[in-house]
Design a protein around this ligand. Sequence first.
Ligand SMILES: C[S@@+](CC[C@H](N)C(=O)[O-])C[C@H]1O[C@@H](n2cnc3c(N)ncnc32)[C@H](O)[C@@H]1O
Length: 199
Amino acid sequence: MTPREAVRQVPETSRDEWEEQYRSGRWDYLAGGPEQARYAALCEHILTAGAAAVLDVGCGTGVLRDCLGTRFTGRYVGVDWSHAALASRNCGPGETLICADASRLPLRGRFDAVVLSEVLYYLDEPLAAVRRMLDLVAPGGQLLISLYQPPADRHPGWHALMADLDRGVRSLSGTAHQLVTGGGRRRWLLYVLTREAQS
Ligand SMILES: C[S@@+](CC[C@H](N)C(=O)[O-])C[C@H]1O[C@@H](n2cnc3c(N)ncnc32)[C@H](O)[C@@H]1O
């Protein structure tokens, strides 16, 4: 199966469909617990690195910001193209939400941590998106990407896409990755791409 064929097997979701899904509560479960393991792994990296500025691309309702909790006192910028997702959030101190397409981010400046949490497979040209996000990482900072690892027997197309992304992401820079497991068959790969301090 070619990468393009694999991509087509991942549910294509238009901006309007995301709006509808957020309005109907389809994603409410994310705040409730079953995916806490992957949010915890992301937060651990951000907090351990002492990141003072975090960009969360495709932030949805900002579950990641909630998981960072009061231990994080820096600046948080969440970007999503769903008005409904962003409207559900009450911003705390240091928080900014921007409604925009991740392919055309209206952002300048650099962030200590840029996060793509369960977003990359929804973006056109995902590896080009990874390169653009790396440009937003401050020297010495990190790009964190979490990707669901579906059981190969249940979603062969998606599995093939993940293998393709895995090769692509690893080829970009010295990446570390770790497997995060939740309950049952829930497994995610968390990629950590570090931007060199000199760059
Ligand atoms: C599965 S949700 C993950 C939400 C959040 N990152 C989390 O882990 O809780 C995927 C999110 O990506 C957003 N998204 C998808 N394509 C996007 C795009 N082109 N630009 C901005 N946001 C996008 C959706 O609106 C949705 O909120």
